[in-house]
Design a protein around this ligand. Structure first.
Ligand SMILES: [Zn+2]
Length: 128
């Protein structure tokens, strides 16, 4: 299937300008009479590649800051640990770790298993 940027923007619910930005950034498109045409397989490939690129492997003590768009750690004084009701397996439950980005002050959050709680808490020693 071949799509126009307008059609793609409707299909995947992003702004039309985003599609043109992706074309500038390397999305393969054909131009005919001043109009862009994009193969369905090319948009699929482009999206799955950019997803991989955005994936950040975090260390236990790290968070992904949506403001800095990178791995960060929390201000020690701001960190807190919360147990949720979600069981991950028989003896494992989910915890939510809340903190504040040490670089920009943005709120950061991470879901973890209680299995890793001690190690994370010892990194943020002194926190409650
Ligand atoms: Zn940040």
């Amino acid at each position: 299937m071949i799509y126009s940027p307008e059609e793609i923007s409707k299909l995947i619910d992003v702004h039309q300008n985003t599609i043109y930005r992706w074309i500038d950034a390397g999305l393969v498109a054909a131009v005919k009479n001043g109009k862009y045409y994009i193969f369905g397989r090319d948009i699929k490939k482009y999206l799955s590649n950019s997803k991989k690129k955005n994936k950040v492997k975090l260390k236990l003590e790290e968070f992904y800051c949506t403001s800095c768009k990178q791995a960060t750690t929390s201000i020690k004084e701001a960190i807190s640990f919360h147990r949720t009701n979600k069981m991950l397996s028989e003896n494992r439950y989910q915890i939510i770790i809340k903190g504040v980005c040490i670089s920009c002050g943005h709120k950061i959050i991470r879901f973890e298993s209680n299995k890793n709680l001690n190690e994370i808490q010892s990194f943020y020693k002194g926190a409650v």
